[in-house]
Design a binder for this molecule. Structure first.
Ligand code: HEC
Length: 213
């Protein structure tokens, strides 16, 4: 009697463990598939953001020069970012370890850690263009999906983020007027300027338009 009872218990424990492991596994798979959809969506939105911003910047620089182009970075970049944020229930921003706009450009601790990781990867020979970081993090009891893609300095950036000699005097005057605490100068081509950063609470469902892709 005693033997069969314990046999039964062991068998039940075994079945229970088996069931538990399959539920855990399927939850993980579910979690994983929705994460990868969020990742795909974040990549798409980042691409859109950079394409729109880059296009406007190039056009404005070519047609009206760098003083006029300041407004692309100053007004259009945050406007596109907030448009994409509202559309998707996300927070889309640009962050950096050397902000020009101290109010919006400062990274939080996860972003600081990720910028340092991008830098370390670059130091070991990886290209910024192939890097991106995705992670689900817990903050004050809520889960967030986080995504970051590095932005490197290109020659076109230097007339506003380069050395004193590279930034035309009128641009420097305009920048000094608007950004008295500007740290975003003296960059060289290929250096890490910052990153596009996306954050979304996991309990907000992904925008349906991304699910059908
Ligand atoms: C015409 C001048 C100009 C050019 C060219 C320019 N930027 Fe900027 N950039 C600015 C200004 C002005 C800001 C501050 C925007 C604001 O007030 O939010 C800024 C802000 C940024 C920020 C946000 C973080 C911060 O420092 O506040 C990033 C990232 C950035 N620029 C990257 C780039 C990159 C990469 C390029 C080249 C592809 C570039 N910029 C070209 C003027 C410029």
């Amino acid at each position: 009697m005693f033997f069969s009872n314990s046999y039964l218990t062991r068998k039940m424990v075994f079945i229970w463990l088996l069931l538990l492991s399959t539920t855990v596994l399927s939850n993980e798979l579910l979690q994983h598939s929705s994460d990868s959809q969020r990742q795909k969506a974040a990549q798409q939105v980042t691409q859109q953001f950079l394409k729109r911003l880059g296009g406007h910047l190039r056009n404005e620089m070519k047609n009206h020069g760098p003083v006029a182009a300041i407004k692309v970075c100053k007004e259009l970049a945050p406007a596109i970012a907030s448009e994409l944020s509202l559309e998707n229930g996300w927070r889309v921003t640009r962050v950096t370890s050397k902000p020009r706009n101290a109010l919006t450009g400062f990274p939080d601790s996860w972003e600081q850690k990720t910028l340092a990781e991008f830098q370390a990867l670059a130091d070991s020979g990886e290209k910024y263009s192939t890097m991106a970081k995705t992670e689900v993090v817990e903050e004050s009891g809520r889960s967030y999906f986080r995504f970051m893609k590095p932005l490197a300095i290109k020659p076109v950036c230097l007339s506003c983020h380069g050395s004193d000699e590279q930034i035309p005097a009128e641009v420097r005057a305009e920048l000094e007027k608007n950004y008295p605490f500007d740290q975003a100068t003296d960059y060289k081509p290929g250096e890490l300027r910052g990153a596009v950063s996306i954050k979304q609470p996991m309990d907000i469902p992904l925008n349906k338009k991304f699910l059908n892709d």
